[in-house]
Design a binder for this molecule. Structure first.
Ligand code: NAP
Ligand code: GDD
Length: 320
């Protein structure tokens, strides 16, 4: 089997590449050209995957790559994925995160409509939630240009499924984290800074809304769900979550206490991290994924926090 992963240099791309290699896939990773090396997360598997430069904003590069490789499956994970940047760069976010998904579909439709496409859809589409917990049937109410872009990508996948009989599947993934999470996202920001504080490298942690609640899972568990969706006989959409909710404050409490510290001594509010519109609470019901795909999360919230804090502490000690 041949698979293309867009966004292979990202958190999920790196775990999915490892997962597919273990299943004996030929893995082709698309990455965008950069003046610096962006392979930190995939250095350990670089000689086992094929890396090709292409950009989701450039139709021709996608067409040529898909034509040359002739994949069985495409996992579209690339996106402008950081919610705050979607307010400062809304047009770029729409171009990459929304229209980028359409460009993949257009390439597949013209080259070989039998290629299966996975779309990295997001719980951010639920935004101002209309139902608790959220399921595949919950109406969307996105609260950021990022969320709106993901809603477009979700519906265009569904539209091409119904219009052209293509195999397109949306994984509606709730927040999932790991030691490879980008440093700007709140979980990694907390674990990395807490570890720095423990080692005397930093004095405080500046955060925005501590009361926001998320359904946080472990990224390696979630890439397995992506693959299972692609092996399912019919293309459908699935919520992937833990069905547990915790606040940013709770995440801080656990991370600092794992290091023998009290978060209240270090965490300070910085208004610049507040958002123009907030998603207050997300919690996903993964019942359909469990029933149809036999998938369920393995790592608990407490284990996740511990994994991330320990990894950051270890990394920083090595750097020292
Ligand atoms: P990530 O770490 O931010 O990775 C995003 C990837 O997209 C990176 O490889 C990035 O390349 C690439 N990219 C950005 N713009 C591009 C462009 N114009 N052309 C080609 N590639 C481009 O995100 P992640 O956490 O792995 O998430 C993977 C996907 O799942 C994203 O679509 C995200 O929106 C979605 N999602 C994530 C979560 C979550 O909790 N992690 C939940 C639901 C959905 P560089 O390395 O060069 O920046
Ligand atoms: N990033 C960040 N930085 N978030 C903060 C901070 C801070 O200093 N302080 C509080 N928060 C709050 C945010 O306001 C938000 O409510 C919550 O922490 C989580 O923020 P992020 O970790 O940035 O993730 P996100 O939920 O906005 O988006 C992530 O999950 C989505 C799935 O629901 C991203 O991975 C998206 O790409 C993904 O689709």
């Amino acid at each position: 089997m041949k698979a293309i992963i867009t966004g292979i240099t990202g958190q999920d791309g790196s775990y999915l590449a490892e997962f597919l290699l273990k299943k004996n896939y030929d893995v082709y990773g698309l990455y965008r050209r950069s003046s610096v090396d962006t392979f930190e997360r995939i250095n350990h598997i670089k000689d086992k995957v094929n890396l090709i430069t292409a950009d989701l904003t450039d139709q021709n590069s996608l067409n040529e790559t898909i034509k040359d490789i002739g994949p069985d499956e495409i996992y579209n994970l690339a996106a402008q994925s950081f919610v705050p940047v979607s307010w400062t760069q809304p047009a770029l976010t729409a171009n990459v995160t929304a229209v980028g998904a359409l460009r993949i579909l257009e390439a597949v439709r013209h080259i070989n409509p039998k290629i299966k496409v996975y779309q990295a859809s997001s719980s951010e589409m639920f935004g101002k939630v209309q139902e608790i917990p959220q399921t595949e049937k919950t109406p969307f109410y996105p609260r950021s240009p990022y969320g709106v872009s993901k809603v477009f990508a979700f519906w265009i996948m569904k539209n091409y499924r119904e219009s052209y009989n293509m195999f397109t599947t949306n994984g509606i993934l709730f927040n999932h984290e790991s030691p490879r999470r980008g440093l700007q996202f709140v979980t990694r920001k907390i674990t990395n800074t807490a570890a720095k504080i423990k080692l005397g490298l930093q004095k405080e942690l500046l955060l925005g809304n501590l009361d926001a609640k998320r359904d946080w899972g472990y990224a390696p568990d979630y890439v397995e769900a992506m693959w299972l969706m692609m092996q399912h006989k019919i293309p459908e959409d699935f919520v992937v979550a833990t069905n547990e909710v915790h606040s940013v404050r709770e995440f801080c409490e656990h991370a600092f206490s794992h290091l023998g510290l009290n978060y209240e001594d270090y965490v300070k509010l910085d208004k610049k991290f507040l958002r123009p519109a907030e998603v207050d609470q997300l919690i996903g019901d993964y019942g359909k994924a469990e029933k149809v795909l036999g998938w369920k999360p393995r790592v608990t919230f407490k284990e996740l926090v511990k994994i991330m804090v320990d990894a950051d502490l270890e990394k920083l000690k090595k750097e020292q």
